[in-house]
Structure formats: C-alpha cells, structure tokens
Design a binder for this molecule. Sequence first.
Ligand SMILES: [Fe+2]
Ligand SMILES: [Fe+2]
Length: 146
Amino acid sequence: MNYDEEIKKYSSILENEKYKELENYIAHGRTTTYKHSIDVAKLSLKIADKLKINVNKDELVKSALLHDLFLYDWHHTPKGMGLHGYTHSKTAAENAKKIFGINDRVYANILSHMWPLNITKIPKTKEGILLCIADKICSIKETFIR
Ligand SMILES: [Fe+2]
Ligand SMILES: [Fe+2]
C-alpha cells in the first residue's frame, strides 16, 4: 500500500482552512501538528497493513488526521481548559465533529487516543487502538529524534 497516496485522498480535510491552522502549531520537537497528524495516519495504516489487521481504513485515517484538532498552542494552554494532556482529546473530537461531521466511532477514537493517561477513556475499536499506539510512537520520535 502506498501510504502517501492513501492520505492524499483526504484533500477535503488536508486543504480545509481550519485544518491548515495545524501548520502553525508545534506537536513535539520541530514537528508541526499538521505533519504529526499525517505521520500518525500513515503509521496507523502501516501497522494495520503489516500485522494484517482488517480495519475500516476510512475511519482509521479520519481518526488519525483529526485526533489533535484542538487548535491552540498546547505549550500555552488557554486558561480554564484544564491540563492539556487530559482535555485536548475532547476538544479535538468536538472540533472534528463541528467542522467535518465525523461519525460516533471516529469521535470515540479521537476521544480515547490519550489512553492510558485518560484512564477511563479506553479505546474500544481496532482503529482506536491503532491510533493510540501510532500517536505514541510518532510523539516519542518527534521528541527525541531531531
Ligand atoms: Fe493528542
Ligand atoms: Fe498526537
């Protein structure tokens, strides 16, 4: 599978004006949240592919592309939002619903991507588990490999 080609199919998300704001925010290290989200989507597909896990590709890619759509600089979390690590998955899920009209499963996948930090929001779908794993791998790489 060509992962770049798979992601390119989502131009309605990637070229959305609101979504492109992610280019202005840093995820970790020098990686923007825009690039981070695409990398997480590609890695999620790749893991599913290599392990031959039968997934809903569309829901997996959407969940990954939109999982960090919280739209603020998390290094300076706005006052009253609570701790970023705990709150941003809900903020991202709400934004994704408002802007892209995602379904309930994609919403739940985004909401649970910070597990086990958010101990009660457990990923319940294969796609949610893949997102959770791929996000952690990408985040660690971005933090330590410059
Ligand atoms: Fe996140
Ligand atoms: Fe992330």
